[in-house]
Design a binder for this molecule. Sequence first.
Ligand SMILES: *Cc1c(COP(=O)(O)O)cnc(C)c1O
Length: 388
Amino acid sequence: MTPDPTAARPLSPATRVVASGRPDRTQGAPVNPPVVLSSTYVSTGTPEPGEKLYARYTTETWEPFEQVLGELEHSALPALVFSSGMAAVTAALSLVTPGTAVVVPRHAYHATLLAAAELTERSRVHVRPVDVADTADVVGAIAPTGEVPASMVWLESPTNPMLDVADVPAIVAAARERGALTVVDNTFATPLGQRPLTEGVDVVVHSATKFLSGHSDVVLGAAVTDDAGLRERMLTRRTVGGAIAGPFETYLALRGLRTLALRTERSQASALVLARRLEEHPGVLEVRHPGLPSHPQHDRATALLDGYGSVLTVRPRGGAAAADALTRAVRLWVPATSLGGVESTLERRRRFSSEAATVPEDLLRLSVGIEDVEDLWADLDQALVSIR
Ligand SMILES: *Cc1c(COP(=O)(O)O)cnc(C)c1O
């Protein structure tokens, strides 16, 4: 842990993203950690514990990023960086016991659903889809009478793209009682929005590609746990699976992470302004954002999240054709997949056949960046008017 200037007052996350993961303050030391380009390390004899040997095991370029993310998630152990969010997701899913079940949100990230389905074939794992916003549905799926019990409850909150908000503390308590591990994909909330490990969650995963890196120029993932045994198993998945991060990608992710608090402050504030205005727009059928009182879990989001996030969804009047037209009518917003960058992007999710069928055909997911909010609004307004 980075030493706190006063023992009485822990560093705020906005300071931690800037101050942690830096070299020791010795005369002439660099202020930023170096990027080390070496696949191997000088070594003879029996390796000492923790000795660097080979760049698939651990590298000094990964360590500062892993330290900062571990601290942000309130873990006593550093995070594990992976080559992508999906590499972290599959490492966490490897903790499911063969022959048991895994409970997954029906609206989880589409590739997570595919990865869980693959487990069914390979490891005889039953996948039990639930409505993650419905706590009774989730809890009921953990150990239903007469069926194989779940060894893992996978949570995503808010979900991608439906922004369903789960009652994480209640679900964790129920999963613990029934002996199931809990995992939270914290990509949307980021550790600034919620710290699931402090609620008793076993593993947190991230697509660092999104908000953590924040500039749409790197694909990277991470897993965080406070449990040394679980960390060791995921570390083994990384080492033998080989889904390791490149040094430049990790450097870019740490560079991006330094401004996470600033970027989040701006984009969250803008997302709420845009969500409110869009809800009043005659060209709009429905807006979803956890910060709107019309969101079905608005009160839960207010209680559990620090901030409502930078993503919202919009269904324009006129169906999928109107939604597609809108992605062509915008001039400032970038029509593209992914999210969490400094530039605002939008996308109709059901253009992918792998997207859950319960996601409306006309639903656009908007990721709000850090541009001036009035410019973002003017562009959306002109696009909505032009497609009518
Ligand atoms: C993008 C995303 C992933 C996958 O991450 P990659 O970095 O694209 O591999 C996982 N979960 C969520 C919620 C995501 O948005």
